[in-house]
Design a protein around this ligand. Structure first.
Ligand SMILES: [Zn+2]
Length: 190
């Protein structure tokens, strides 16, 4: 967590230091860009999901590039992953359908924001938000959405989501990473 706070300090201050020293400081040039960093954080969060078919991660960032909320799709607190179903069951209305229980990544991020106001923030999510999450996004004050995939975009719930976002003027755009791959070696010691 200390590392996150260090990286997410005052953006203007950091940029002015970088620009004033960039020609001779010898700084790294292959450092992680902010947007890649936030989407990578959303992806990393999605790795926590127990869902065998869809792992989604979300990361909410404020105007100072501080991460204020993170979430992934999972069951409510104390609803055991070993007791509740991760399958779709025989049909949508079955008690054995995971959708009866799962909290989506965007909703979890908003709920996990520790009381921080989310007005004016932006959301990085690995999957375009559904209509239910979109309601929470609007009500929480998030103003911009960056998503990686929109693979279910034709489904009714995603069309409803876009309808609401368009109506209230929340921007959304597909995220194109500048860096296709980020390697993290947990064994790194330097
Ligand atoms: Zn959702």
């Amino acid at each position: 967590m200390a590392k996150l706070q260090k990286l997410s300090g005052n953006e203007n201050e950091i940029e002015s230091i970088e620009s004033s020293t960039s020609t001779y400081s010898g700084k790294r040039t292959d450092y992680l860009q902010w947007d890649d960093y936030f989407m990578a954080t959303a992806i990393l969060s999605s790795k926590r999901s127990k869902d065998p078919s869809t792992q989604v991660g979300a990361c909410v960032v404020d105007n100072h590039n501080r991460i204020v909320a993170i979430g992934y799709n999972g069951f409510p607190r104390n609803c055991s992953d070993d007791e509740f179903p991760w399958s779709k069951g025989p049909d949508k209305k079955s008690l054995e359908n995971k959708n009866m229980y799962v909290v989506h990544a965007e909703a979890n991020a908003i709920l996990n924001s520790n009381g921080t106001r989310l007005d004016g923030t932006r959301l990085y999510t690995t999957l375009f938000p559904c209509n239910e999450c979109t309601k929470l996004i609007i009500q929480s004050g998030i103003r911009e959405i960056y998503y990686l995939s929109d693979k279910y975009g034709d489904k009714l719930i995603y069309r409803a989501a876009r309808r609401m976002l368009d109506a209230v003027g929340i921007g959304y755009r597909q995220f194109i990473p500048t860096q296709k791959q980020i390697m993290i070696n947990l064994d790194e010691t330097n």
